[in-house]
Every structure is written in C-alpha cells, then in structure tokens.
Design a protein around this ligand. Structure first.
Ligand code: FE2
Length: 399
C-alpha cells in the first residue's frame, strides 16, 4: 500500500491522493480495522426502546465479536460478550428474545440479567466457584439519543469527549443538536441495506456532495445548493445547515408538505434546513425540521457492510402513523432513494478497488477535503504512520 505524501497534492494538480485500492479489499487490513477501530471505539448498536422491559435481549455484531444487549432488572441496559464462561458456547443463539435469565444451551450454565452466574448443574457442590468471575464478560454501555452505544475496549475512550463533545462541537452552539430532542423521538420507519462495499466507501460517500448533482435528483430538487457539490460542512469541521429551495414545502421526495409538525425546540436558524454529520466510525446523523434520520453501519467483511437506517419522529406522530391517520412515506422515501443511489455508487466502486487501474489510488477534489481528513485519521488510527516511518528508515538504511 502507498501511504506517504497523503496531504501533498498530486503532481501538477490541486487534487489530493487517496489510499490505494487494497485499503478496500485486503482482508488483513479489514481485520486490523476491526481490531483497532470497531473493537476500540464506541459503536451505536440499537435503539434503547427496542428492549422495552427487563429480560428483553438482542444480539449484535461489533467488530469480530457477538454481543448480547439486554435490559436487566436492576442495572438498566447491560451488554456482554455472547460467550459462555464454561466452555464458550454462544449463550443466546437467536437475534432476540425475552427471558428471566440467560441460559447456555450446552451445559445449562445460567446467568442473571445483571451478568452473574446464578445456576449450573451441581453448582452447589462447587461452593468455591466465584459467581462474578464466571459470569458473562461485560462490555461498556452508554445510552444517548435513544440508542445503546457499546465499547469493547477494556478502557473505553471518554464518551463525553469522543462522542458527545465531537457531535456538539461540530453542530456548534447555536445550531445545537440538543434542540432536536432526538432522545425523545420514536421510530417511524427503519430499513436495512446489505451493501456490497467496504465501509470506508460508504463514509467517504456520505462526507461529500460532489456527487449529489449526478446521482441525487430528488435531493438536489429539495436542497438546490447540493447541486453545486457543497457538503454541509465548513472547512473548520463545523456543520452548517443546507437550506431548502424556495418553493420547497417539506423534506419529502417531491418537496411537498410532509404533514408533520416541526420539532418543538429547534432554533429559527434550524428551520428549513438539513444538517448532516458523521460520528466515526459508524454513525451518520441527519436532521431536518420535522424528523431525524440516523444511519448505523456494521462492517461484515472488506467488501460488505450492513447499514441500518432509522427515521425518527415525535411520539405523537408515530402514534398517528401506527393508527393509519398519518402517512409519512413521502418523507421516508426521499432519504431511502438517497440511500439506494449512494449504495449503488459504492457497490459500483468496490470492484474497481481491485483493478490495476486503481492500484496506486485515486484523487480527491478540494471540496472533498473532509475525506482527506478521514483518511489521515484512518492511517493514524491503524498505526500506518509508524509503518511509513519504518519503511523510510529501512529504505534509508538500504541506501
Ligand atoms: Fe449521496
């Protein structure tokens, strides 16, 4: 992989280089990403209200691990590695369920929802077995925006600084994300996309709007400035809102009124505007005046990523959707089409990452500078800078 001169323009042009194609196809690099990024950072895994009462659990994949997320009786939402402390069998073998305890189906070792080992055949004849030590191995959990976030690291990065701080700083004081009251919103619709592309292609696509005029006719109709290829971010990293077109009545597939009241606490500045930010490594938050769209990515392999996309509305709106009084399909359809258009582009890019024509990488135009920052973070996080430095040392030594 060619990894030096990342922030120097390509010869004779204002273009910046990208990583080489193998960054998107090499299983060893993907393995390293799982270990150094997804298994060390905070991942947003599921909605808190999808575990409505004690005993409800779901399994999710984070990095190379399967995790049980469960609403306990006494300690709120907890998360554990889905590995029996006895002989390692998967404790939960379905995607979700509801149980009073979590029991392994192999030798019936049984765990409280709070994680301790509470029963096992002949356990009373082994009084020296420490019920905590042989409990389920816990994973760090936080709740924010109505979602459960987990971190597999022994020492997780500071959530306030790395997640909350990052998001709030980028939204800015006036354009506070808090005004949207996302934690009080409920799920109006959700869609899962199985995308045959590397997760980085999906992030890179989300970070620029250079492609909007080409592949997003509906979105550029609603937000005309996207036709100029401007992403909704300032050079200093803060987002600014992208304004709806003058004739546009709502953030819907045809620009007609959505029929949904706007969120009660948004600032005048946030009216008729769309904001988008990326929370590394796997979340995109999109806000419009009357709903919020949140994407969560789950990388499966170097060439496959599952994307879950939620459309969140006020509880009273969701009640009306459920009772059939209100139809928000025109709102949902807009970003669903954007998703399909984006993921199609990513899927048509992925095979080329193996091409000889891309073996030394591609190029970024100046308006795609956020991607260059993402690449710099990626190199740094995977420790490729040291590799680059070591390579240079080796080359020097050879000379
Ligand atoms: Fe797009």
């Amino acid at each position: 992989m060619i990894i030096d001169h990342l922030d120097e323009p390509l010869p004779g042009s204002s273009l910046l280089p990208t990583p080489t194609g193998d960054a998107y196809t090499d299983p060893d690099i993907f393995e390293k990403e799982q270990a150094e990024i997804f298994e060390k950072m905070w991942n947003c895994v599921l909605r808190s209200d999808s575990l409505p009462s004690p005993g409800h659990w779901k399994t999710v994949t984070v990095g190379r691990e399967e995790i049980i997320v469960v609403r306990s009786r006494r300690e709120g939402i907890k998360a554990y590695f889905n590995v029996c402390a006895h002989r390692g069998m998967r404790v939960c073998t379905a995607g979700e369920g509801k149980n009073k305890t979590l029991q392994c189906g192999y030798h019936a070792w049984t765990y409280a929802l709070e994680g301790d080992l509470v029963a096992a055949p002949n356990l009373t004849s082994m009084p020296d077995v420490d019920r905590k030590q042989y409990g389920l191995k816990p994973v760090h959990v936080r709740e924010w925006l109505g979602y459960v976030w987990v971190c597999l690291a022994e020492e997780p990065p500071n959530f306030e600084r790395e997640v909350l701080g990052e998001v709030r700083t980028r939204f800015g004081e006036v354009e506070s994300i808090d005004n949207y009251g996302i934690e009080h919103l409920r799920l109006g619709d959700t869609k899962t996309y199985d995308v045959a592309a590397n997760w980085k292609l999906i992030i890179e696509n989300f970070m620029e709007c250079y492609h909007c005029a080409t592949i997003h006719p509906e979105l550029t109709e609603v937000i005309p400035e996207f036709a100029d290829g401007l992403a909704s971010q300032r050079k200093n990293g803060e987002v600014h809102g992208s304004s709806f077109g003058e004739e546009i009545q709502g953030f819907t597939v045809d620009g007609s009124a959505s029929g949904v009241h706007q969120l009660p606490a948004i600032a005048p500045d946030q009216d008729r505007k769309y904001y988008a930010i990326t929370v590394k490594p796997q979340v995109f938050i999109n806000t419009v005046p009357d709903h919020v769209i949140i994407h969560r990515m789950f990388p499966v392999s170097e060439s496959r990523t599952i994307v879950e996309c939620d459309w969140l509305f006020l509880p009273e709106v969701v009640d009306k959707i459920t009772s059939g009084e209100l139809d928000v399909s025109k709102s949902v359809e807009l970003f669903h089409r954007v998703n399909l258009q984006d993921f199609n582009a990513c899927e048509l890019t992925q095979p080329s990452m193996r091409s000889k024509a891309y073996s030394s990488g591609g190029a970024l135009v100046p308006s795609e500078h956020h991607i260059q920052e993402f690449h710099a973070w990626w190199y740094r996080t995977l420790g490729f800078e040291q590799v680059a430095a070591a390579q240079q040392e080796t080359e020097k030594a050879a000379v």
